[in-house]
Design a protein around this ligand. Structure first.
Ligand code: ADP
Length: 492
């Protein structure tokens, strides 16, 4: 069964290619859009057809709804897949597609809108018996009320933007003295980033785990979950390492959390793929938000379930019923994803865009790489700095970690600073190996200061590992550096 003849991918980089790969396997023709900065990008070459959508800045290209719809019509695409980011959670775009008779591969626009409000979705969940983080019921109206709620739930609290995303506008508040300024600051950021200044207060959970459930729901009322992903290793409240399943999951906890996730699906009249995010702390879990799109880290769920989530999205969007039920699903092995970004872990993860002068990606059993870059490619400062998503799958968590270490040691990226050495350090960290992670892991585990010391002691080696060596330096130097580092770790 052919779901569509032709589909437009309203995105760029690795996710555009990921979607096009599914299309090619399903014999669906693909249409790429690209900005002036992306003329020679891989996703443009991969597609069957490609159209320039506008200038480099996203507002002039990948966010230009009217222009994208025009291209879809001109090329005869019947469906649009938004990927993640850009227009993926934009209800107006989903509605525009509907109005123009183009299938939007994602949930209904009304669901996107309802779940786009963190306040609204939390309220909906509370009414449906899903535990939520204690806090204000709605947006903060005045300082006195905010002070009262914060005092009731107890400091520290976190001020969050209702329309927020990407960790933007969140502020942790230690005591009442700092509350007023934090609220004002969050409101300012929320207004400028999302055009909506509504902020709310939540109890700030100390050292929680971020555990999320992948769900799939068709348009006929059938829904399943594809188990959980643990995404606790973060920087600036953004994910860096993910794994599936969660190392702390028990059958009982999974049953309860999955039940909550599916309640969210039902309450929001959800269709297509989505993710229900929870924070977990001291045996309790709390609904945080729902992401109404394909997630960056969907890959590891695919590794452990064998389900191609993008193909399922396309089937659902074409009106198909889910071909399997919950009982048909099971977990096979363990998968880890490391986000390899062009950024400097030692400089507050500042992006380090630039030209990739040497590139060789790992391979072999159990390794999956999703990437939109290649040797000679220049990472633009205009877009996110992701180089690739490196996934390692194996039968057990321990073996997956060993496999990830092996893959990192094979990986060569020269020309920009990367998160590779940090990932290597994480994969060698005893707490990580034991599965003791939480959202402050990177700060608490002093991995960054280890890297700092490491840099001071071994500038050259660090540079090698960080991929900042000049063009022309020997690949052997990198292998040697990794081996020395491994040996040093082994010796404690
Ligand atoms: P965004 O939508 O901006 O990405 P989320 O609500 O998904 O923000 O939260 C991102 C991360 O921020 C979480 O994974 C967690 O690390 C941290 N966080 C959010 N809310 C809380 C909270 N109430 N207590 C502790 N940490 C939190």
């Amino acid at each position: 069964m052919k779901y569509f003849e032709k589909l437009l991918v309203a995105n760029r980089g690795e996710i555009a290619i990921r979607i096009m790969r599914a299309c090619r396997e399903l014999d669906i023709e693909t249409v790429a859009i690209y900005s002036t900065a992306d003329k020679s990008a891989l996703h443009v070459k991969y597609a069957d057809e490609a159209f320039q959508v506008g200038e480099a800045h996203p507002s002039k290209s990948y966010l230009n709804m009217e222009r994208i719809i025009d291209i879809a019509k001109k090329s005869g695409a019947e469906a649009v897949h938004p990927g993640y980011g850009f227009l993926a959670e934009n209800a107006a775009f989903a509605k525009l597609c509907l109005d123009e008779n183009i299938t939007f591969v994602g949930p209904r626009w009304k669901t996107i809108k309802a779940m786009g409000s963190k306040i609204g979705s939390k309220q909906m969940m509370k009414e449906n018996g899903v535990p939520v983080v204690p806090g204000t019921d709605g947006g903060i109206k005045d300082l006195e009320e905010a002070k009262k709620v914060a005092a009731d739930i107890g400091y520290p609290v976190i001020v969050k933007a209702s329309a927020g995303g990407g960790g933007i506008g969140m502020q942790i508040v230690a005591d009442e003295k700092a509350l007023e300024e934090a609220i004002a600051g969050s409101m300012r950021i929320a207004q400028s980033a999302f055009g909506d200044a509504t902020v709310f207060i939540e109890k700030y959970l100390v050292q929680p785990r971020h555990i999320e459930f992948q769900v799939l729901a068709d348009e006929h009322g059938n829904a399943v979950h594809l188990y959980e992903r643990e995404c606790s290793i973060q920087r600036r409240h953004q994910k860096l390492v993910e794994e599936a399943p969660s190392p702390i999951m028990t059958p009982e906890l999974r049953e309860r959390m999955a039940d909550s996730a599916l309640r969210v699906v039902k309450a929001s009249d959800y269709s297509n793929a989505g993710t229900v995010e929870f924070l977990y702390s001291n045996g309790n879990y709390y609904f945080m938000e729902m992401n109404t799109r394909l997630q960056v880290e969907h890959t590891i769920t695919e590794c452990i379930t064998g389900v191609d989530i993008v193909k399922q999205q396309l089937a659902i969007a074409a009106g198909e019923s889910l071909a399997f039920g919950q009982d048909d699903l099971s977990i096979r092995g363990h998968a880890i994803e490391c986000r390899i970004n062009a950024e400097d872990p030692l400089n507050n993860f500042a992006a380090d865009p630039g030209k990739i002068v040497r590139y060789r990606s790992p391979g072999g059993p159990g390794i999956r790489i999703d990437s939109g870059i290649h040797m000679g490619y220049t990472i633009s400062p205009v877009y996110d700095s992701m180089i690739s998503k490196l996934c390692a799958w194996d039968s057990t968590r321990k073996e997956a970690i060993m496999r990830m270490r092996r893959a990192i040691s094979e990986y060569i990226i020269l020309g920009v600073k990367t998160t590779l050495p940090l990932h290597f350090a994480i994969m060698n960290n005893q707490q990580y190996i034991e599965g003791n992670t939480h959202t402050h892991f990177l700060q608490e585990e002093h991995i960054l200061s280890t890297l700092e010391r490491y840099k001071r002691d071994e500038e050259t080696r660090m540079q090698t590992l960080a991929g900042t060596f000049d063009q022309g330096k020997k690949i052997a130097a990198i292998t040697a550096a990794v081996n020395t580092y491994l040996q040093q770790k082994k010796n404690g």
